[in-house]
Design a protein around this ligand. Structure first.
Ligand code: COA
Length: 167
């Protein structure tokens, strides 16, 4: 996958531990998210998430990427290629900078990403949100993600699995 093609509007590249500080600056402003998905973000948790993988996936499938606008990080996404099946891309995490929120930036990035995967023959994009987090739920509904009926309980909260079909 060529991550530069994830967006027509922003510069996209993989993030590394060297970027942990700027990711932290973006994440720590989004305190509401961590009320539903504790514990609160740290540099260490970001570095851990940068390499975390679901079962049976390898490093080559992992795309922890940043979206930059004129050099400034405005969104972070953790994407797994081919999970849970080869036809599906999985968004493990997505967050925009609080200073750009509510202006269509997040939706624009998700539309661009879905267009990329559709063009590459994928069937669906899948993700999960924490039950009760109206911000996440509303955002993903607005972006045409529909509950699959699958939920799972983890670390004191429930995750609702949703999917957007690309065809
Ligand atoms: C959810 C998020 C990615 C949206 O980014 P954004 O750049 O504001 O995206 P958009 O402007 O395209 O979409 C805004 C939509 O998000 C939802 N939303 C945002 N803030 C909200 C809030 N406080 N309460 C309810 N819905 C909210 C609404 O559906 C809103 O649409 P509206 O403006 O028509 O009401 C951003 O708020 C964020 O990073 N939140 C914290 C992390 C998170 O929840 N990520 C998603 C789960 S992994």
């Amino acid at each position: 996958m060529n991550v530069e093609e994830f967006s027509e509007h922003y510069q996209v590249r993989k993030l590394t531990e060297d970027d942990a500080e700027i990711v932290f600056s973006l994440c720590k402003q989004n305190s509401l998210f961590y009320e539903y998905c504790p514990p609160f973000v740290t540099i260490e948790s970001i570095c851990h998430d940068m390499v975390k993988l679901p079962p049976k996936k390898s490093r080559e499938d992992k795309y922890y990427v940043g979206f930059f606008d004129a050099g400034r990080l405005i969104a972070v996404m953790d994407l797994i290629d081919g999970y849970p099946d080869t036809q599906t891309a999985f968004i493990g995490f997505f967050m925009t900078d609080i200073s750009v929120q509510k202006r269509g930036v997040g939706s624009g990035i998700v539309s661009g990403l879905c267009a990329y995967f559709r063009a590459h023959g994928y069937q669906a994009v899948r993700l999960g949100w924490v039950k009760g987090n109206a911000q996440s739920e509303s955002f993903w509904h607005k972006n045409h993600f529909v509950e699959t009926g699958i939920t799972y309980d983890t670390d004191g909260y429930t995750v609702i699995v949703a999917q957007r079909e690309l065809f």
